[in-house]
Structure formats: C-alpha cells, structure tokens
Design a protein around this ligand. Structure first.
Ligand code: SME
Length: 173
C-alpha cells in the first residue's frame, strides 16, 4: 500500500531555498543537531532527532527518514512524512542503489526514472530526492538517509556535503 496524492492536513508541499538560504539553514541545523545530541549514543534517538531538526529548518523536506539495513535488505526506520514503503531490496529504487553502491544519489526528477526498478514511488507527490548512505565506525553500512521534495531539482552538492558531514559525525564514531 502506498500514500494517495492527497496530502494529509499536517504535511505541506515543498518550498525551495536560494543557495545562501540553504547554506544558512544547514549551518543552523548542524549546530542544533550537535548540541542536542551531545553525549547521546542511541542511534535511533539520533535518527529521530536529525529528521526533526532538518525537516523543521529546511522547507523543501517533504519526506525525511532512514531505511535500516536488516537481514540483507532495507527496512523502514524513523521518518517524518507520509506512509513510507516498508521494505526495499538492495539495488532497487534510489535507496537500494545508494545501499548497493555505498554512494550518495542525487535525483533531480524521479519521474524520469523507471518506476518500480530505479525509483519506488511510495508517495506520488515526491519529485526529487537525495539518498545518503550511513556508515558506522567500522565503515559498515547501517542505513540510508532519504529525503524527498515535492518539487524537482531541490537537492544539490550543498545538501550532499552537509548531510554526509552530519551523518558521519553522528554515526561513524
Ligand atoms: N524514494 C525511494 C523510496 C522510499 S520513499 O521515497 C519514502 C526510492 O526510490 O528508493
């Protein structure tokens, strides 16, 4: 089952930011994440907090969350947004590709991808996305971090750079 095109009352469509606004929002979010998670060791608490702070500060974040590596596939973990798919195979969709390659995926327009193979449409409102692999201190993949926007072209190298840094600081320790 996947979400319908109608947005629930508590979810808003995305608003893109200018480059300078985006950098400032990430700087603020990174500082808040560091402060709130100072001394925290529980990875689930970290994921919940990262989702909340980033979604609050970045208005183009429509769906944000983690898919966890479980029994050789990805299973949905902490997220904020409309109903997410429960399980994703390595190599399938954008999340599965990020997991299989261990590399960040930037997709300007998910609608041009082969649906069901290169992209999994959990919610038809998603139009662009970034997926960042999450590693532990042994450099083992523990999750992927997925952000979707209702607009095309919301994510770029600025998102990639900040997210890779934030996730490494929290999970590769
Ligand atoms: N976008 C993902 C599926 C997960 S949802 O967007 C929550 C993908 O194609 O990997």
């Amino acid at each position: 089952m996947s979400a319908s095109a109608e947005m629930p009352y508590f979810i808003k469509p995305s608003v893109n930011l200018k480059q300078e606004e985006k950098k400032e929002a990430y700087e603020n979010a990174a500082l808040e994440i560091k402060a709130v998670l100072d001394g925290e060791t529980d990875p689930i608490l970290k994921m919940v907090t990262i989702n909340c702070i980033l979604k609050t500060k970045l208005p183009y974040y429509y769906w944000v969350g983690f898919y966890l590596v479980r029994d050789g596939k990805l299973s949905v973990g902490p997220y904020q947004g409309t109903l997410g798919c429960l399980h994703i195979e390595f190599g399938t969709g954008v999340c599965g590709r990020a997991a299989a390659e261990g590399k960040t995926q930037l997709v300007a327009d998910v609608h041009v991808l082969a649906q069901g193979k290169d992209h999994i449409a959990c919610d038809p409102n998603s139009s662009s996305e970034i997926v960042v692999p999450v590693f532990d201190k042994n450099k083992d993949l523990i999750a992927v971090f997925d952000v979707d926007s209702t607009l095309i072209n919301s994510f770029d190298e600025v998102d990639q750079q900040y997210l890779e840094t934030i996730l490494a600081e929290q999970f590769e320790v």
